[in-house]
Design a protein around this ligand. Structure first.
Ligand code: LLP
Length: 430
């Protein structure tokens, strides 16, 4: 069955439509709102609820029977989290106390929150125990022992899951692979057996699941199948050792998004995956996924304007008002994002699209052929909803830029105000 395909980015005549919305009207409207309400002018993030709802629906329909723990780290705006929390099959996968508080505040009940991360602090573990979240995903023996100690002090049984390292190779950027043995994540085979021995006779720990996450931006099905088989065999062993069934197996996140797909909605073969893992786990086991990017990347654009143009041999340089402190993916991972002029002109040129930050790395695209640009032109940097605003920094003392949401009824709302200079400086002595 096909659930797609809406054109994500398409020119009609010479103007750009994003999921059917004319950006030539929407961006100036958003800019006017920011100017009137916050005296702000500059780049901003823009999200669409309609796309978000569709992405959630694709998962719900593509992986029937499975549950989803949305990876909050990929996009953590409270307004968007609230929309996700309204979907009964979605929980939250958090990696810090801050994300845990965000998830709770946006309406995820504690029993639908799992907490991952290799270096949880004492305070974070205590918060998770106090809130009685669904489970802590444990990444080391030392952490398991610490959780047991805190749980004993609280006279409770802490719900935990073991994050295993399946030693599976995936074809992705070297910075975002996680499931190989040499990686910092998860328990090794030896750790796993030691963990089982600890869990077997500790009344303060309740093992509820096993988890693995093998990386991000994955398109192939096979690594998930290999991971599923690995986890199913460890599940057998665990249930035999503990003498009781586990509640769930989580196969992590990582579903890839094709950043070059413009005219269609980027997909991952969810139905293929559903079919490939069928029958691997016993029927009493819930199967979880932790998608982040698949949901959040397509829902957002970074809207920016051309400040100035310079000519160089064989190309032009367009200096825009967004920078690497806003969206760092192109610089950090050599990631490709579509950069689309909102109004298209007749002839094309070769451009470097750069930000104002004082280092050469601040380049969104090198030698990109675009229709001719002029000063003040609007550009949409596409598929920027995931690992965009949440990875922003104040580098070069640039305040965080605002986030806006276009809801399903066509209303535009500022869902994160622009950070003021005063707010940015207020933590410092001086
Ligand atoms: N579960 C765990 C345990 C994770 O570590 C991650 C992502 C996810 C789920 C969600 O993965 P996703 O479905 O979004 O691929 N900043 C990088 C991506 C880092 C991913 C880290 N872990 C980027 O911008 O490409």
């Amino acid at each position: 069955m096909l659930f797609y395909f809406y054109p994500m980015f398409r020119y009609q005549g010479d103007t750009l439509f994003w999921n059917g919305v004319p950006l030539v009207e929407l961006l100036p409207r958003a800019a006017a709102l920011l100017r009137e309400e916050y005296s702000y002018s500059g780049a901003f993030w823009l999200y669409q609820q309609a796309i978000l709802e569709r992405r959630l629906q694709l998962l719900e329909q593509g992986l029937p029977g499975c549950r989803f723990y949305y990876s909050v780290k990929s996009q953590s705006n409270l307004a968007l989290l609230r929309l996700i929390a309204a979907h009964p099959r979605f929980g939250a996968d958090v990696v810090s106390g801050g994300e845990l508080v965000r998830a709770l505040r946006s309406g995820f009940p504690p029993e639908k929150i799992v907490f991952a991360g290799v270096g949880k602090t004492e305070e974070e573990i205590q918060l998770a125990l106090a809130q009685r979240i669904r489970s802590l995903h444990v990444e080391s023996i030392a952490e398991l022992e610490e959780i047991a100690k805190f749980a004993k002090e609280r006279k409770m049984a802490a719900a935990v899951s073991l994050r295993l390292n399946p030693d599976v190779e995936v074809d992705t950027h070297r910075h975002i692979t996680t499931g190989k043995e040499e990686n910092k994540f998860g328990l090794s085979e030896q750790d796993f057996h030691e963990a089982l021995a600890i869990l077997k006779d500790n009344a303060y720990l309740e093992l509820v699941g096993l988890q693995a996450h093998i990386g991000s931006q994955i398109f192939a099905i096979e690594p998930y199948v290999a991971t599923a088989r690995f986890l199913a065999s460890r599940q057998n062993e665990t249930e035999a050792t503990l003498g009781r069934p586990l509640q769930y197996i989580s196969l992590g996140g990582g579903f890839g998004v094709d950043y070059r797909a413009l005219d269609a909605e980027p997909g991952f073969d969810l139905a293929g995956l559903a079919q490939a893992i069928q029958g691997i786990f016993p029927t009493h086991t819930e199967i979880h996924f932790e998608p982040g990017r698949f949901i959040s990347a397509p829902i957002g654009i970074l809207a920016t304007r051309v400040r100035h143009l310079k000519t160089r041999t064989g190309k032009a340089i367009a200096i825009v008002d967004a920078a690497m402190n806003d969206l760092i993916r192109p610089m950090l991972y050599e990631a490709y994002h579509p950069i689309l002029p909102v109004v298209r002109r007749n002839h094309e040129r070769n451009y470097d699209i750069v930000g104002p930050v004082c280092e050469s790395t601040d380049t969104f695209a090198q030698s990109r052929v675009l229709s001719e640009l002029r000063e003040k032109d609007w550009l949409a940097i596409g598929y920027a909803g995931a690992y965009g605003s949440c990875m922003s920094s104040n580098f070069n003392s640039r305040p965080l830029i605002p986030e806006l949401l276009l809801d399903s009824l066509g209303r535009l709302q500022v869902v994160r105000r622009p950070q003021t200079l005063e707010h940015m400086l207020s933590l410092e002595l001086g």
